[in-house]
Every structure is written in structure tokens, then in C-alpha cells.
Design a protein around this ligand. Structure first.
Ligand SMILES: Nc1ncnc2c1ncn2[C@@H]1O[C@H](COP(=O)(O)OP(=O)(O)OP(=O)(O)O)[C@@H](O)[C@H]1O
Ligand SMILES: [Mg+2]
Length: 268
């Protein structure tokens, strides 16, 4: 890939407003065949960032949502019966390895240890994927990149990556965008004007201050966009906030009352 294709790809890349130097780090990692791990709370922009960077770099993207039932075969591939014939079907990881694409493993800590071990020979300088079932040993095509993400917040202690896995990745920490950035992002995504978005973002930051006390997680940028979208559609502000920024956070009536007090403090 040359600089020219890079620019072409950027024109229709999904919108992403950088918070710092994360785009440079991603691009440099991609150029140098280094895998990348993104850590950060739910709804802060990790998935959007990867989609944006893949498009900007002109590489296709294969995303896998990891969970504890995910097997190595789900990633690598399996033999399937098709019209009386047994044929090999590549999994998303194998496709990305063959094509030189980006493979994005979302919530990678949910995957079982035997799955993460599959990643090891791919994420050191060997860059190979052994496929036991077919006896193949695939060398990753130029352009192949492994990106993984997880939310360190709500994982219990058992759900962390082994040091031998995490120390194969460059890591970037994500957080909710700074206030001015978040206002711009929410306005752009929802179509609501910035003056109306501003108090929603102020409320979001107040709610985030409660993380660890009354709330397990702070309100995500995603939910602020939901609230703004409802308001843009003509819904009364208080109703939109309740549905998009309060109810999704808690089921506890006392906590909810406390959160509503914050709403009144900001919106009257
Ligand atoms: N910096 C940003 N630029 C553009 N959009 C953003 C940015 N940050 C967040 N968003 C918006 O927030 C929404 C949620 O972000 P995204 O889905 O990427 O979160 P996530 O970190 O992947 O969350 P999860 O861990 O729950 O998967 C996106 O759809 C996008 O609209
Ligand atoms: Mg995501």
C-alpha cells in the first residue's frame, strides 16, 4: 500500500475525532506489523476508532465479538458438510491472515485461554497461524494486523489477559472524550446543535463522577448520543434523559432518585 491509497481510503472513512496521538500510533503499528490492544470503558469510541483507521489505511476489517463459548475453530475455521462434500471454511482470523486485513477481537478477555494462545505465534515476529486441522502453517500476508480491545472496568480479577498475551501487544488507553470533543462528537452524530448538546455532556460528566460509588460504569458517549437523538426527534428533554442516560445505568430506585437530582440541578 502506498501513501496514495491511504488518502483515497480516508475520504469515506467513518467519522472519528482523535483525542490525542492514537491515530499516529495505530498507523505506525500497522506499518510495522505490531499488534495493538485498546483498553477503555464501554461506548467511548474504540470500535469507531478501529473502523476509522481500517478505512483510512485502506485495509479491510474482520471483527469478532469474543465470548466464553468462542472456540479456536470459530476464529480459525472448520470443516463443514456442503452438498455431501466436506469443505474447509476459513474463520475470520484466517481470512484476515490470508488477505492481509485487520482482525479486530472485541472484548478479548472474554475469550478462553486456549483461544488467546492461538494468537501467540501471530503476535510475535513469526507472524504465522498454524492450522492443526488442515496441517497448514499460514504466514500472515503483508497488511495483516491484530487489534484487540477490552474494558478493564467491569472485569473480575479472573478475567484478565495472561502477561504472555498482553505483552505481545502495544496498548492504548481510551477514555471518554474531553468535554469540548464530546460536544462536537455528540452534535455531529445526533444532528442536535451544540448549544443543546452542551448540558447533556455536562450531565454525563457529573454522572461519570459517580463511578465506583453508586454506579458501576459512567454513562457512555453512546448513551449521550442516544439522548441527543431523541431530543432532536422532538422528545421532551427530561424524558429523553430518563430513557437514555438514567434508566440504562441503574435499577436501584434510590440511586435513580440521586441521579435525577443531578438532572434537576443542571436542567432545572
Ligand atoms: N472520538 C470519537 N469520534 C467519533 N465518534 C465517537 C468518538 N467517541 C465516541 N464516538 C461515538 O460513540 C459511539 C460509541 O462508540 P464505540 O461503539 O466505538 O464504543 P466502544 O468503545 O467500542 O464501546 P464497547 O466497549 O461498548 O464496544 C460511536 O458510535 C460514535 O458515535
Ligand atoms: Mg466496541
Amino acid at each position: 500500500m502506498n501513501a496514495h491509497t491511504k488518502l483515497e481510503g480516508a475520504a469515506d472513512a467513518p467519522f472519528y475525532l482523535p483525542q490525542g496521538d492514537e491515530c499516529e500510533i495505530f498507523a505506525t503499528a500497522a506499518r510495522n506489523d505490531l499488534p495493538l490492544l485498546l483498553k477503555g470503558p464501554t461506548g467511548c469510541g474504540k470500535t469507531r476508532f478501529v473502523a476509522h483507521m481500517a478505512a483510512t489505511l485502506g485495509r479491510s476489517l474482520h471483527t469478532v465479538a469474543c465470548h466464553d463459548d468462542l472456540s479456536a475453530a470459530d476464529l480459525i475455521g472448520r470443516y463443514l458438510l456442503k452438498g455431501g462434500e466436506t469443505i474447509w471454511v476459513d474463520g475470520p482470523l484466517t481470512r484476515a491472515v490470508r488477505e492481509g486485513a485487520i482482525c479486530y477481537l472485541d472484548e478479548v478477555v472474554e475469550a478462553r485461554k486456549d483461544v488467546t494462545v492461538v494468537l501467540h505465534p501471530l503476535t510475535d515476529d513469526r507472524r504465522i497461524l498454524p492450522i492443526d486441522r488442515t496441517g497448514e502453517e499460514l504466514e500472515a500476508a503483508p497488511g495483516f494486523m491484530l487489534v484487540a480491545s477490552y474494558n478493564p472496568g467491569y472485569q473480575n480479577i479472573l478475567k484478565t489477559l495472561k502477561p504472555s498475551t498482553r505483552q505481545r501487544f502495544l496498548s492504548l488507553e481510551f477514555d471518554f472524550p474531553a468535554q469540548e470533543h464530546e460536544i462536537a462528537v455528540v452534535a455531529r452524530e445526533s444532528g442536535l446543535d451544540e448549544a443543546q448538546v452542551k448540558p447533556l455532556v455536562r450531565l454525563a460528566n457529573k454522572l461519570r463522577d459517580l463511578k465506583g460509588q453508586d454506579l458501576e460504569e459512567g454513562v457512555s458517549t453512546r448513551l449521550v448520543i442516544y439522548a441527543a437523538t431523541l431530543i432532536r426527534q422532538g422528545m421532551p428533554v427530561n424524558r429523553a434523559i430518563l430513557a437514555a442516560m438514567i434508566e440504562p445505568l441503574t435499577d436501584d430506585a434510590d440511586v435513580k432518585r440521586g441521579l435525577l437530582d443531578l438532572v434537576t440541578a443542571i436542567f432545572g
